[in-house]
Design a protein around this ligand. Structure first.
Ligand code: NAD
Ligand code: UDX
Length: 466
């Protein structure tokens, strides 16, 4: 089967970049990305490519090349479903905030709505592709909804989880380590798998396109994120041990990473992992394991989250302790608010939780982030409902100039590893701060020796103190 029209439901961090790259690489396929969020679609259609709703290096170029040619963004969901032979579901699947499984299970409300909408809008056979990250066996529910429409239309369900990381989305999509496609082991299932393989084969070497059964594919996505997050929690756990034993976590990471069985990537100690995926997907894995009665399996993975919470908490406590156990009324500068560099995404960012803890102590926080706006910062902190909006507004500000954020502060905390932070004039920052001037490097990106020569007192993750 040859696909000539694709529809993708959900124009978010995954749907937008993924479809842009498919459109770029497959100029003969018409790709329409739809969303119910009108503002988001308007931003994707904005003539000025600086205003795209997702910031990703290189994305403006890809969208600029394909948009209007074979890439379209629209709010006409039904029309796009109807004309497509292949429909991707790339909507959000956040952690449930109510009812059974609250705080752990994935909320599949939006997935079910999509399935029902596809069922209602279709008058020809379609391949439905799960792009969202879903609990293992979700395809069963999607199939059940789609196969009971009574209008004779046939659907094949594929699982095609997305492994891109934010900040490197375009590169990850263009040069994926692997593409995973799960489908039914029937002649129709195999035909559907092949149709999707043919799309990716436009630019991904065939040996990197892995095909499996649907359940392996669904579970592999949760597993990949769990194992990656586990590496970060493992190195972060050891960072605390380094601080009391005078070992240096970066040296330890390099030494163990040189073992080719371990590998050097994803061993950077930090203030804690964030992002929309790791915590949500592990909680989901924990929930699924518990629901099958696998208590030890659930407890094992839950520890990865507990360690991460501990890391964020102890970073905040370290700041308070070293400012003589009181930060009330003291200005503390935050460099970075995004959950990692090169993205404007702040979901589950460690900065939010560190700030919340310091605000409990009545600190005055001044944030500078190259890509995150004031309103987002306020909405992130208000979302926690720890205190009222007015109090948050009074205690937490954001400024457009890093030097202004640091001026008159007692301490600077690095929360995101933006490259530009390394290049700042740290002598100038030192001179503008209250003394003793302190730096808490939550990402271990600065030159600590040099900072100490300037006069700073430096605290870094997993490093011996002065
Ligand atoms: P997102 O919140 O940025 O985007 C989802 C979009 O879907 C929103 O714009 C929302 O308005 C839209 N939507 C929801 N219901 C809809 C409906 N019925 N009709 C039309 N539009 C609808 O989410 P995201 O970060 O793109 O994540 C999407 C999925 O991909 C999630 O399952 C996530 O776990 C997974 N994922 C995310 C990443 C990542 O880095 N963000 C990476 C891999 C996988
Ligand atoms: C992750 C997965 O990497 C990706 O494959 C999946 O599709 C979505 O979830 P993402 O959350 O975008 O991607 O970013 P990632 O680079 O994995 O970083 C996640 C968090 O871990 C960030 O807060 C990052 O700063 C932190 N991290 C990562 C570390 O603290 N140390 C590391 O060594 C690596």
């Amino acid at each position: 089967m040859k696909i000539s029209k694709i529809c993708c439901i959900g124009a978010g961090y995954v749907g937008g970049p993924t479809m842009a790259v498919i459109a770029q690489k497959c100029p003969e396929i018409k790709v329409t990305v739809v969303d119910i969020n009108e503002a988001r679609i308007a931003a994707w259609n904005d003539e000025n490519l600086d205003n795209l709703p997702v910031y990703e290096p290189g994305l403006d170029k890809v969208v600029g090349e394909a948009r209007g040619r074979n890439l379209f963004f629209s709010t006409q969901v039904d029309a796009a479903i109807q004309e497509a032979e292949m429909v991707f579901i790339s909507v959000n699947t956040p952690t449930k905030t109510y009812g059974e499984g609250k705080g752990q299970a994935a909320d599949l409300k939006w997935i079910e709505l999509c399935a029902r909408q596809i069922a209602a809008a279709s008058d020809s056979d379609k391949i439905v592709v799960e792009k969202s990250t879903l609990p293992v066996r979700t395809a069963e529910a999607v199939k059940d909804i789609l196969s009971n429409t009574g209008n004779g239309v046939k659907f094949q369900i594929l699982s095609n989880p997305e492994f891109l990381a934010e900040g490197t989305a375009v590169e990850d999509l263009q040069q994926a380590d692997r593409v995973l496609i799960g489908g039914e082991n029937s002649p129709e299932g195999k035909e559907a798998i092949q149709a999707l393989v043919d799309i990716y084969a436009h630019w991904i070497p065939r040996e990197r396109i892995l095909t499996t059964n649907v359940w392996s594919s669904e579970l592999s996505k949760l597993t990949a994120n769990a194992v990656l997050a586990q590496r970060v929690s493992s190195i972060n756990a050891l960072s605390e041990l380094c601080e009391v034993t005078e070992a240096d976590i970066d040296e330890v990471a390099r030494a163990i990473g040189a073992d080719s069985r371990i590998g050097g990537k994803f061993l950077k100690a930090s203030v804690g992992f964030g992002g929309s995926c790791f915590q949500k997907d592990i909680l989901n894995l924990v929930y699924i394991s518990r629901s099958y009665g696998l208590t030890e399996v659930a407890d094992y993975w839950e520890q990865v989250i507990k360690m991460n919470d501990h890391q964020k908490g102890r970073f905040a406590r370290k700041i308070v302790k070293s400012l003589y156990n009181t930060v009330s009324g003291k200005k503390i500068a935050f460099l970075g608010w995004a959950f990692k560099k090169d993205t404007n995404d702040t979901r589950e960012s460690a900065a939010i939780y560190v700030a919340d803890q310091l605000l409990n102590e009545k600190a005055q926080i001044s944030v500078f982030d190259p890509k995150v706006k004031y309103q987002q910062i306020q909405s992130d902190i208000n979302y926690l409902q720890t205190r009222g909006k007015e109090e948050n507004g009074a205690l937490l500000e954001s400024v457009a100039d890093p030097y202004e954020a640091c001026k008159d502060s007692h301490a600077v905390a690095i929360l995101t590893e933006w490259d530009e932070f390394v290049q700042y004039d740290w002598k100038k920052i030192y001179d503008s701060m209250l003394k003793p001037a302190k730096i808490f490097d939550g990402r271990n990106i600065l030159d600590h020796e040099q900072l100490r020569e300037i006069g700073f007192r430096v605290y870094a993750i997993g490093k011996p103190l002065e």
